[in-house]
Design a protein around this ligand. Sequence first.
Ligand code: HEC
Length: 180
Amino acid sequence: MSSCNFSRNLAGFALSLGLASVGFASAANAATPPASSKAVKEEGGKYFDANGDPTYKISPDGKVDWYTFSGFRRFNGTCDVCHGPDGAGSSFGPDLTQALKSLDYSQFVATVSGGKRDVNTAQTLVMPAFGTNKNVMCYLDDIYVYLRARSDGAMGRGRPKSHEPKSKEATDYENSCMGP
Ligand code: HEC
């Protein structure tokens, strides 16, 4: 494991525990407001807010950090089938640009790892657990920062025009997480 920051550890921890088997996360989300998304620290092309949670960095010209770009690609390919292109919602899943306004990073990780089922409504729509899916878990922070940017209105819909290059740290982490 070459990259040892907290967030990677949290995702890796969830993956190693196989959180999918733990069952659904509670349907009731604590109403903790999200911390400020401002990037105060950078490590190998990855940005963090004052709480140490992963966040995005977008230049005035619209250029996004690597993780936001990667998250855009990963989201649109796995999650968009239910949550709609760019997370805007569909009849199969809620609008995540709204959901992320009241979900913090650890709640996001828990929900995507363990899934979610709202037992209080007549609807039978279920958020599947991705805890054993490396194509999601190895890119969880990427997806999170992308959705965070979308939720904050920091980027619009569609593919970002330009992005920072992929760092060696990102490549190393990807290789170690995905395995041979
Ligand atoms: C098969 C459809 C489906 C897929 C695929 C899917 N989701 Fe969901 N997701 C849902 C549904 C339905 C809910 C609402 C569950 C509920 O609250 O009862 C949900 C809820 C969520 C929530 C919680 C929203 C909140 O307000 O608490 C997050 C976060 C989320 N999904 C992220 C993702 C991510 C990231 C992916 C891709 C890795 C993904 N989902 C893929 C159907 C899906």
